[in-house]
Design a protein around this ligand. Structure first.
Ligand code: DX5
Ligand code: ZN
Length: 234
């Protein structure tokens, strides 16, 4: 039997939490990821920043490749002109690749190109094509791209750092986006999601909720995700 595509997997188990590993304790990452996996996490979120598109510089494809995990790799590219780098992230095992609408002069072409690529882990899985919008980008930017995306993610913070505060206007933007996107597109929300606002964010109806620093708050990552997953089960 064919394994389910990434799209089918997420759709059937939505909403899912994608854990941002930027603020993890990298010295104990292997152990922590195992605990998250045992708690029921399926997605690992990689924040790739180039110091141009956003102020911080994080890591590139070799780090995505080097992290061996059965979790699905959810790669968020906050880099200028990502087209030429797509192949290296696909080769690194990305299952989801999200590009920023603001990051490329020819974003349509970048998404088209991504649409022709094959998942390096398992061709049957496909690669989920994501489009992210900064908090200052009008939602209308997605309209000409709707047939080229599987996921639209709204940033609830400005890209660049973990641990920022959730921008309240994101709530309204997500409900408008829902009307625009229709049934065939998954919705994501990224940034500023904490234990305190998790229940409220979950109510907004995104399929993928990204949370990073609130999981790796230095205490107990697995407890934090269990707390969040329990809210989703209610
Ligand atoms: C914003 C990134 C987010 C962010 C998530 O630059 O795209 O993924 O780091 O981290 P928290 O959950 O700490 O806001
Ligand atoms: Zn992100």
């Amino acid at each position: 039997m064919r394994s389910p595509s990434v799209f089918e997997q997420i759709r059937s188990e939505a909403p899912q939490i994608s854990v941002g590993m930027l603020t993890a304790d990298w010295m104990s990452l292997g152990l922590e990821l195992k605990l998250l996996e045992n708690a029921g996490i399926k997605l690992l979120h990689f924040d790739v920043m180039d110091g141009h598109f956003c102020p911080m510089l994080t890591f590139g494809a070799p780090v995505v490749a080097g992290l061996k995990t059965p979790l699905l790799k959810d790669v968020h590219l906050m880099i200028d002109e990502p087209l030429g780098k797509l192949e290296s992230f696909v080769a690194a095992g990305a299952d989801i690749i999200t590009l920023h609408a603001e990051s490329a002069r020819h974003i349509h072409r970048a998404l088209q190109t991504l649409g022709k690529m094959t998942n390096a882990n398992d061709p049957a899985r496909g690669i989920l094509r994501g489009l992210a919008l900064n908090p200052g980008t009008p939602l209308g930017a997605i309209e000409p791209l709707l047939d080229q995306v599987d996921l639209v993610t709204l940033l609830a913070v400005n890209p660049g750092w973990g641990g920022q505060k959730f921008i309240p206007a994101t709530r309204q933007r997500l409900s408008r986006l829902k009307e625009m996107a229709g049934e065939k597109i998954l919705l994501g929300i990224d940034g500023g999601v904490t234990r305190d606002n998790f229940a409220e964010v979950a109510q907004l109806g995104a399929d993928i909720i990204v949370t990073g620093s609130a999981v790796f708050d230095g205490k107990a990552p697995a407890d934090n995700v269990r707390f969040m997953l329990n809210i989703l089960k209610r």
